[in-house]
Ligand binder design. Structure first.
Ligand SMILES: Nc1ncnc2c1ncn2[C@@H]1O[C@H](COP(=O)(O)OP(=O)(O)O)[C@@H](O)[C@H]1O
Ligand SMILES: [Mg+2]
Length: 124
């Protein structure tokens, strides 16, 4: 998704747009310098539409989903959910992770209750 612009807004669909991804760019500042993970990603998801984001490992799928979820901020561009700009996590969006995102180095008893509440707040 970093190499070329993808505009998926021109589909013939009269249903209201629930999620709008508007010209999103994401640059990570990694150990080896800047990494353009997303560039010019534009996408409308309509009411009751089921979308699959498919692509090879490293093409930016998780980055895009994390930006829609509000877990990551785009470098430029914006995401709107029901017309409201996404500025963080919210009760209108949920994420099911495909990996453990808890604290694998802690036992259940050692995880601070405040942390669990924070995480639950993120997901609810
Ligand atoms: N925190 C990060 N710092 C630097 N580079 C990252 C970071 N997260 C992801 N990347 C890089 O961004 C690109 C897209 O990653 P990602 O969104 O995880 O792709 P996918 O989910 O499609 O496998 C990859 O090249 C990955 O190495
Ligand atoms: Mg991924």
């Amino acid at each position: 998704m970093a190499g070329e612009e993808r505009n998926l807004t021109n589909r013939d669909d009269s249903r209201p747009v629930r999620v709008k991804v508007d010209n999103v760019k994401k640059i990570y500042n990694g150990r080896n310098g800047e990494m353009v993970a997303l560039n010019g990603v534009t996408l409308d998801i309509h009411d009751n539409e089921f979308i699959c984001v498919v692509g090879p490992s490293g093409c930016g799928k998780s980055t895009l989903l994390n930006i829609i979820a509000g877990l990551l901020e785009p470098t430029s561009g914006a995401v709107y959910c029901d017309g409201k700009e996404v500025k963080g996590t919210g009760t209108d969006r949920g994420v099911v992770f495909h990996q453990y995102v808890l604290f694998p180095w802690l036992t259940v008893k050692k995880i601070p209750v405040t942390k669990i509440e924070q995480m639950a707040g993120c997901l609810l």
